[in-house]
Design a binder for this molecule. Sequence first.
Ligand SMILES: Nc1ncnc2c1ncn2[C@@H]1O[C@H](COP(=O)(O)OS(=O)(=O)O)[C@@H](OP(=O)(O)O)[C@H]1O
Ligand SMILES: Nc1ncnc2c1ncn2[C@@H]1O[C@H](COP(=O)(O)OP(=O)(O)O)[C@@H](O)[C@H]1O
Length: 196
Amino acid sequence: MEENLVEYRYKIKRAQRRELNGHGSFLVLFTGLSGSGKSTVANTLEKLLFELKIKTYVLDGDNIRRGINQNLGFSPEDRSENNRRIAEISKLFIDAGCVVLAAFVSPYKKDRENIKQTVGADDFFEVFVNTSIEECERRDTKGLYKKARAGEITNMTGISAPYETPENPDIVIFPAYSPEESAALILEHINHKLVL
Ligand SMILES: Nc1ncnc2c1ncn2[C@@H]1O[C@H](COP(=O)(O)OS(=O)(=O)O)[C@@H](OP(=O)(O)O)[C@H]1O
Ligand SMILES: Nc1ncnc2c1ncn2[C@@H]1O[C@H](COP(=O)(O)OP(=O)(O)O)[C@@H](O)[C@H]1O
C-alpha cells in the first residue's frame, strides 16, 4: 500500500447512516458451487427485505465480473483478487448503511476469511448453499459443466478446481428448501442484525 496515504475521516459516520435508515447494515455472503442457487436465494431474500423497507444491494459474481472485475479470470490468484474487491465494495455499502447480499462461488476458505476480516466479524454472515456437484451439474443452467467436461473450460469449480466446504457457516441452505423457504430462514437468522 502507498505509504503517503492518510485516511480522511468523514463527518457523517456509519452509525448515523444506520440511524437514518432505521436498521443495521452488514454483509450476507452466499457461497457455493455454480448453479447451487446463490443468486436465486439472494434475490428472493432481497425482495423480502425490500418489502420490509430495508436498504439492500445484491452483488453477484457474474455481474461484477462483467464490470469492475472484467480483467479477472478463474485462477486461484484472480479469484482471490475478485473476492478482495468484493469485500472492499461490500465494506463501502455497509458504510453507506445497506444490507449487502453477495453471491459468489468464493471457493477458498482463506478468501472467505479475508472477506470476513475486511468487513469485520460483526458485519458478516455466511450462507453456505449446500447443493451437491451432481445436482449442480444436472441443473447446468449456463451449460458451463458441459463445457468443463468437454475440456472447453479449465478451472471449473467442482470439476477441475476445488471448492473448500465452509467449516463454520452461519447457516446452511439445502436444495430441499424452496428459494422462499431458504430466504425466510435466513431472514430469521439475520433479524437481530437489522435491529439497531
Ligand atoms: N471456471 C469457472 N468456475 C466457476 N465459475 C465460473 C467459471 N467460469 C465461469 N464461471 C461463471 O462465473 C461465476 C463465478 O464467479 P465468482 O466471481 O462467483 O467466482 S469466484 O468467487 O471468484 O470463485 C459463476 O457464476 P454462478 O453460476 O452464479 O456461481 C459462473 O457463471
Ligand atoms: N431449492 C432451490 N433453491 C434455489 N435454486 C433452485 C432450487 N431448486 C432449483 N433451483 C434452480 O437452480 C438454479 C440455480 O441457479 P442460480 O441461482 O443462478 O445459482 P448460482 O447463483 O449459485 O449459480 C436456478 O435455475 C433455480 O431456479
